[in-house]
Design a binder for this molecule. Structure first.
Ligand SMILES: Cc1cc2nc3c(=O)[nH]c(=O)nc-3n(C[C@H](O)[C@H](O)[C@H](O)COP(=O)(O)O)c2cc1C
Length: 415
C-alpha cells in the first residue's frame, strides 16, 4: 500500500515531499509553521494578509500605530476614501516578514507566500504590485495568488528580475477560472508553475457561491486534467480542500496530482498562530457548529465556526489602522453595513451588524474562526488530556502523519 512519501513533487531538478501547507490568513500559517514544512522537505506558506500588523507583532515595529496616527482625524468619518497605505512602508513590512523567514529556512523544502488579491487596500493594483515585488526582493521561493481571478497580476511583476525564476502559482476553483487566466496571460509567455485546485471543503474564503455543496474537488480536478492534456499543457496540479488523511492524499497523487495542499489539520499545532483557547474551539467543534456564510466583506462565502465572536459584532470599522478591504474608492461592505445600522439606531450605545463583519479587526484578533469543513474531525487526531482539553500537536507530527500513514489511519501523538 502506497503512502505520500512514495511520490515526489518535481520542479525542474528539484524534488520535494508533495505536501504543501496552505496559506492561512492573518498569521495562522506563521513563519514557524512554514519553516517546519520546509525543514521536513515540503512547502510551507506564510501569508501576506495584514502584513503590517503581523510584522508589528513579530518584530515590535509600529506600522499600524503610525498609520493610525496619520489618519486619526478620520476615525469617526463614515467616508474612508482618504485612508491609503504608504507603499514604501508596505514594502518594508513585507521585506521584513519574508526576509526573516527566508533567513531562518533550513532543509530542502520551500517557503511560499499566499497573496489574497481581495485585499484591495484602497489601491488594488499599486498595493498588490508592491506586495509581490517586495516578497520577491526578500527572496521568497514562490508566490501563490489567491482569492481573486489574478487576471492582471503576473503582468504587475513581469519586469521583476525574479519573474521567471521564482515559482508563481494561482488558486482556482473551476476549469473556467483557469481558462480565463491562461487566455489573459498568454502574451506574457509564462505559465504558472503550479495550479492549486481548491474545492468546496477548504477553509477561509471559497471560490464558489452559496451552492458550494453541489461541487466536488475530484470532479473539478478531472475536468482540469482533461483540459490540460488536450491543450498539451504541463502544469502541476495541486488539489486542496478536505484532504484529511495520508490516504486521501495518496488517492489524489495516484490520479495525477503533483502534490496536495492541506491546512485544517495544522490549525491545531503549536506552530499555528491561533491562540490555544481558539484551538480548543476547533477541537471541540461538531459538524453542526460549522457554517458557510456571507459575512466577509470580500463578497466570497467563508467557512467558520458558528460561535465566532466576529459574527454579529458591531464594532466600529478600523480602517485608519487597517483598511485592507477598502476597494479602490474607499468602500468596504462592512463600513456600509455599519453606517446603515448606526443610522437606524442613533441612540444605541452598542449595535450589532448581522450581514457583514469587520474582517480586518476580527481576523487580526483571531475572533473570526475560519476553518475547513473537516474541522469536526480534528478531535480524532489527538488525545484528550486529564482536564478535558485536547492535546495540541506538533506540526512535525501532523506532517509526518500525512507523509507516512496508510489505510486511512491517523497517528495519535505521544502523550
Ligand atoms: C484557518 C484557515 C485559514 C485560511 N486562510 C486562507 C487564506 O488566507 N488564503 C488562502 O488562499 N487560503 C486560505 N485557507 C485555505 C487553505 O490554504 C487550504 O487551501 C485549504 O484549507 C485546504 O483544505 P483543508 O483545510 O481541508 O486541508 C485557509 C484555511 C484555513 C483552515
Amino acid at each position: 500500500m502506497k503512502c505520500v512519501n512514495d511520490f515526489r513533487l518535481r520542479f525542474g531538478k528539484q524534488e520535494l515531499v508533495p505536501i504543501i501547507i496552505g496559506g492561512m490568513g492573518v498569521d495562522i500559517s506563521t513563519a514557524e509553521l512554514a519553516l517546519e514544512a520546509a525543514r521536513l522537505g515540503g512547502i510551507g506558506h506564510i501569508s501576506d494578509a495584514m502584513i503590517q500588523t503581523v510584522t508589528d507583532r513579530r518584530f515590535k515595529t509600529h506600522f499600524v500605530k503610525e498609520k493610525l496616527k496619520l489618519y486619526k482625524y478620520n476615525v469617526a468619518n463614515p467616508d474612508k476614501s482618504d485612508v491609503l497605505f504608504d507603499l514604501g512602508r508596505l514594502a518594508e513590512a513585507t521585506q521584513m516578514h519574508v526576509g526573516r523567514a527566508m533567513e531562518a529556512k533550513r532543509g530542502d523544502g520551500l517557503i511560499f507566500i499566499n497573496c489574497m488579491e481581495k485585499l484591495t487596500m484602497n489601491a488594488p493594483r499599486q498595493t498588490l504590485r508592491v506586495r509581490l515585488s517586495a516578497a520577491l526582493d526578500a527572496g521568497i521561493d514562490g508566490i501563490t495568488l489567491s482569492a481573486g481571478l489574478h487576471l492582471g497580476s503576473f503582468a504587475l511583476i513581469e519586469d521583476h528580475p525574479r519573474f521567471r525564476d521564482a515559482k508563481l502559482g494561482i488558486i482556482v476553483s473551476s476549469l473556467r477560472a483557469l481558462q480565463v487566466f491562461l487566455r489573459k496571460n498568454a502574451k506574457l509567455n509564462r505559465l504558472p508553475d503550479y495550479v492549486v485546485v481548491e474545492g468546496p471543503l477548504a477553509g477561509g474564503h471559497l471560490g464558489f457561491s452559496m451552492d458550494w455543496a453541489k461541487y466536488d474537488l475530484r470532479t473539478i480536478m478531472a475536468e482540469i486534467q482533461q483540459y490540460l492534456q488536450a491543450e498539451k499543457l504541463d502544469i502541476p496540479l495541486i488539489p486542496a480542500g478536505g484532504i484529511f488523511t495520508g490516504s486521501d492524499a495518496v488517492s489524489f497523487l495516484e490520479n495525477g496530482a503533483a502534490a496536495v495542499q492541506v491546512a485544517t489539520r495544522f490549525t491545531v499545532t503549536h506552530e499555528s498562530g491561533l491562540p490555544e483557547k481558539v484551538m480548543q474551539e476547533y477541537f471541540k467543534a461538531s459538524e453542526d457548529d460549522i457554517e458557510v456564510n456571507t459575512i466577509s466583506p470580500t463578497g466570497y462565502p467563508m467557512r467558520m465556526l458558528k460561535n465566532s465572536p466576529a459574527i454579529g459584532s458591531g464594532i466600529r470599522p478600523n480602517c485608519e489602522a487597517f483598511g485592507y478591504l477598502l476597494d479602490g474608492s474607499g468602500n468596504c461592505a462592512y463600513v456600509t453595513a455599519y453606517n446603515r445600522e448606526v443610522a437606524a439606531h442613533p441612540a444605541a450605545k452598542k449595535i450589532s451588524v448581522k450581514d457583514k463583519t469587520c474582517l480586518c479587526t476580527h481576523m487580526r484578533n483571531f475572533d473570526c474562526w475560519t476553518c475547513g469543513h473537516y474541522t469536526y474531525r480534528l478531535k480524532d487526531t489527538t488525545s484528550r488530556l486529564a482536564d478535558g482539553s485536547y492535546q495540541v500537536l506538533s506540526a512535525e507530527h501532523v506532517f509526518r502523519d500525512y507523509q507516512f500513514s496508510t489505510d486511512q489511519k491517523i497517528a495519535l501523538p505521544l502523550p
